[in-house]
Design a protein around this ligand. Structure first.
Ligand SMILES: Nc1ncnc2c1ncn2[C@@H]1O[C@H](COP(=O)(O)OP(=O)(O)OP(=O)(O)O)[C@@H](O)[C@H]1O
Ligand SMILES: [Mg+2]
Length: 321
């Protein structure tokens, strides 16, 4: 069953460099669907539009074009979830990169986790305390942790508190925006395990955003690779991950430890990648990766290749594939 549909979504921001104002596509013509119970991994370098997409999906911002539907109903606009307020936020929750920023330092863990319960459900104080205890145990913390304040937790523990808060309203979809990047490597593995365990136990659907393909690989069923606001490549079955062939994906993978020993690693470039903002400006119609791609030809600079099916649930936006 399809839970979320992203149809031709674009988000344009007004930007300014010195006296020149211009329009910048943070996300451009993106489409994909998310089936219930799966994890879609969204991966790409800094500035490629991941957080913008997360804010669009969670209703924090409205798209400039296109439509997002949750359970068939539009997320934005008067006819959709926006008119139902709390019901949407009960179903869709977001987890942010920096857990310390995401909580009020003056609130106890109990108050933080209970926030959605107070907002969304008519529960007594006793029922709320019981539910918070249950949520704390679900994320691997102790009941006594309810009385502690944010500064008394480690980064990993605080991320667990944020996960508990997100779970409080029994959501369908969790949008996780770089949930691991502020954590130590060993703690990252623990949080990944917790997320996997919760997904299985509570039948959750995830959109997991990361700049690290390794983290995404571990948890995801489907992987979407973004660059310059566009989808470069998508693989629907994680077992086929090795088949990812877009020149940008190959370069991205070459910089991660998972693929350091990859068969073809010797032939991959490892130079750091930074997005050239020109390719996200309104008026640029070519492939955003054209300026850095070793396989570029004239076509790539004038028209962005469409994302097309190249077989077995594998989609790529490249004229060469
Ligand atoms: N409110 C805004 N106004 C203007 N430009 C914005 C705004 N939000 C994002 N952008 C621009 O849109 C582009 C995409 O930003 P976004 O935060 O979505 O990237 P990201 O992939 O999440 O990056 P990171 O990995 O660094 O978090 C960037 O060029 C950013 O500067
Ligand atoms: Mg971001």
């Amino acid at each position: 069953m399809t839970l979320l549909e992203v149809n031709g979504i674009s988000k344009v921001y007004k930007a300014r460099r010195r006296v020149n104002a211009y329009q910048l596509f943070a996300v451009r013509d993106m489409s994909f669907t998310v089936e219930k119970g799966v994890c879609v991994g969204l991966v790409g370098e800094s500035g490629c539009g991941k957080s913008t997409l997360a804010r669009l999906i969670t209703g924090l911002e409205s798209p400039s074009a296109g439509e997002i539907r949750l359970e068939g109903k539009p997320v934005h606009g008067r006819q959709g979830w926006a008119s139902e307020g709390a019901a949407f936020h009960q179903k869709v929750q977001m987890i942010f990169q920096d857990s310390l920023d995401a909580v009020n330092p003056r609130h106890s863990a109990l108050t933080i986790i209970a926030e959605p319960l107070v907002n969304f459900s008519p529960m007594s104080k006793r029922e709320i305390a019981k539910r918070v205890e249950e949520l704390l145990s679900q994320v691997g913390l102790r009941p006594s942790d309810a009385e502690k304040f944010p500064h008394e937790f480690s980064g990993g523990q605080l991320q667990r508190i944020c996960i508990a808060r997100a779970l409080a309203s029994n959501p369908e979809l969790l949008v996780l925006d770089e949930p691991l990047s502020s954590l130590d490597v060993s703690v990252q593995a623990q949080i990944l395990n917790l997320l996997q365990d919760l997904k299985d136990r509570l039948h959750l659907t995830y959109i997991l955003i990361s700049h690290d393909p390794e983290a995404v690989y571990y948890l995801s069923d489907t992987v979407v690779v973004m660059y310059g606001g566009r989808v470069m490549e998508r693989i629907d079955r994680i077992e086929d991950f090795d088949r990812m062939r877009h020149p940008y994906t190959r370069r991205l993978l070459s910089s991660t430890s998972l693929y350091r020993n990859w068969q073809e690693a010797g032939t991959l470039e490892t130079e750091a990648i930074a997005i050239d903002m020109e390719v996200q400006k309104e008026g640029y119609e070519g492939c955003p990766y054209a300026g850095r791609c070793g396989k570029v030809d004239e076509r790539c600079k004038s028209a962005c290749p469409p994302l097309r099916n190249i077989g077995n649930g594998h989609h790529a936006a490249c004229y060469r594939l």
